[in-house]
Design a protein around this ligand. Structure first.
Ligand code: PMP
Length: 358
């Protein structure tokens, strides 16, 4: 079977080994005579899968005991609302750093809940970069500072995080597990699974326990405490998505953990950025060099006409997902953990041939 050269931004390519392993469990999970998704979420067999996923994530990210690992639904987008609903008090202000469309959306939802403040923004210059740490300006009575660690649409990524006196929150949807980071620097991290963690359907939230509070006025399903008190089994969780997540985490562990994966990711992104930098302006990177993402490489060609031709020819050869986000256009190669080095090499080779041809 020939695998597609899949550069989709999410849902994205999954490790082939994971897909193969899932196949084994598809019809008869662990000799139960039932598929995984036919098991009760209260059964022993499912409970083992659920707890293994939590334990693997704790192990891979070295998550200390004073943090909860929660599995939620509603995508990363629901976190845009749940965060202020749970953490923003009436006399406080929620602080946001704007580095792209997803942080804009997070701010928009927080505004519906309470007072907000933009602590830094690179919107005026087209989100080409991440702000310098000195540009961050917190409001008084800040409830928290929210940032987006990797900007999936613009192809920028934080390479040094701010040290703050207030809780630091990160949307890590498009770069979690791609590189090492100190979990203790953050108070809440969240990520939709469909890029580096697994299929869509489950959202991972890692939250410092002391931030979880009883909130009787909140709808039960929007309260972190509900999930924390019930090991994310208050209601029916997305069992199949969590099973696949557990297999992806196993794959990360078997492939040397985050350190090794991070090295491979750097190698992959360097191939593409070198191609762009050495193309004499034929390919034009969107992100400033210092802010470049190792996960989403965004670029344009000299003219829109040429970009269109590039995307058409790439598609014909079998490259999938190279179109930039519909809101910005251009080209984007999403090279998450599971994208093999050989697929990036194939893309670079195509880019080289295309440049020579035109
Ligand atoms: N944040 C970031 C950084 C994203 O890339 C995305 C999705 N591409 C989202 C949030 C929204 O995620 P979801 O579709 O899971 O709500």
């Amino acid at each position: 079977m020939k695998r597609a050269f899949n550069f989709n931004a999410g849902p994205a390519t999954l490790p082939f080994a994971v897909l193969e392993k899932a196949k084994e469990a598809w019809l008869d999970f662990n000799g139960t005579g039932m598929a995984l998704m036919e098991l009760s979420h209260r059964s022993k067999d499912y409970e083992i899968v659920h707890n293994k996923a939590i334990a693997s994530l704790r192990n891979i990210l070295s998550i200390p005991d004073d943090y909860e690992v929660l599995f939620l639904q509603g995508g990363a987008s629901l976190q845009f609302s749940m965060i202020p609903m749970n953490l923003l008090k009436p006399d406080q202000t929620a602080n946001y750093i704007l580095t792209g469309s997803w942080s804009d959306k997070a701010l928009k939802e927080a505004k519906k809940v309470g007072s907000t403040h933009v602590a830094a923004s690179t919107k005026e210059t087209g989100y080409h970069r991440i702000p310098e740490l000195e540009e961050i300006n917190l409001s008084e009575d800040a409830a928290y500072l929210h940032l987006t660690s990797n900007n999936t649409i613009f192809g920028t990524q934080w390479h040094q995080y701010p040290n703050t006196q207030v809780p630091l929150i990160a949307d890590m949807s498009s770069d979690i597990l791609s590189r090492p980071f100190q979990i203790e620097q953050f108070d809440l991290i969240y990520a939709g699974a469909q890029k580096n963690l697994g299929p869509s359907g489950v959202t991972v939230v890692i939250i410092r326990k002391e931030l979880i509070q009883s909130q009787p006025a909140l709808p039960t399903m929007l309260n972190y405490e509900t999930f924390a008190k019930n090991n994310s089994l208050y209601n029916t969780p997305p069992t199949l998505a969590i099973y696949l997540l557990s297999l992806v985490l196993e794959w990360v562990e078997e492939n040397g953990g985050i350190e090794a994966i991070s090295k491979r990711n750097e190698e992959k992104s360097s191939l593409l950025y070198n191609m762009i930098d050495n193309s004499n302006g034929f390919y034009i990177g969107h992100a400033d060099e210092k802010s470049r993402s190792h996960m989403n490489v965004t670029f344009n060609l000299k003219s829109e006409e040429l970009s269109t031709k590039f995307l058409e020819e790439a598609k014909q050869i079998g490259f999938v997902g190279l179109n930039g986000h519909r809101s910005v256009g251009g080209c984007r190669a999403s090279i998450y953990n599971a994208v093999p080095l050989e697929h990036v090499e194939a893309l670079v080779s195509f880019m080289k041939n295309f440049k020579e041809k035109y």
